[in-house]
Design a binder for this molecule. Structure first.
Ligand SMILES: [Zn+2]
Length: 168
């Protein structure tokens, strides 16, 4: 985890100081706390007509070589739904529309400390999946032969999808 080292206002070094009820990064020159917040990200469940679920094989850390749901970090000015569909398009070439919210959860991240993860079902998808820049491979997996999934938040969204829709 990489906490901020320098103040984004004045460039001065940051220390730790109690402010507003907890220890925070603090700029002594500005006499202001510098807030650290979770980073929002999305992941999507895309299922084909046989209810097989689409996974992406990661090419970059963390968990390079593992399978996960398509997804990634929100850009400035983006809605969670826009982020989810953009990441799906970038990683798999697939387009679709946002369906049910599968959950919102936070998880620990080596890089960002805490990630706020939102999971969506994507429906009416179009296109044949092909791996994008951050993916080694993309593939649909049947429910009885799912890969080992890189992230607990993604496992949770898959469980929610299977409980609600998997057998219906
Ligand atoms: Zn400062």
């Amino acid at each position: 985890m990489r906490l901020k080292k320098f103040c984004h206002e004045c460039g001065g070094p940051l220390g730790d100081r109690e402010a507003e009820g907890r220890v925070r990064r603090f700029c002594a020159a500005c006499e202001e706390p510098v807030y650290e917040n979770p980073v929002p990200a999305t992941a999507v469940v895309v299922a084909d007509s046989a209810r097989r679920i689409l996974f992406v094989k990661r090419s970059v850390p963390p968990k390079a070589g593992w399978w996960c749901l398509p997804g990634g970090f929100m850009e400035l000015g983006e809605s969670p739904e826009e982020c989810a569909l953009r990441e799906l398009r970038e990683e798999t070439g697939i387009r679709g529309r946002i369906g049910d919210l599968l959950g919102v959860t936070s998880s620990h991240s080596e890089q960002y400390h805490t990630v706020l993860m939102m999971g969506y079902l994507v429906e009416d998808y179009e296109g044949e999946p092909r791996p994008g820049d951050d993916a080694l491979d993309v593939a649909f997996f049947s429910q009885d032969a799912l890969p080992e999934i890189a992230f607990e938040s993604h496992r949770r969204f898959v469980r929610v999808y299977l409980a609600a829709r998997g057998n219906g």
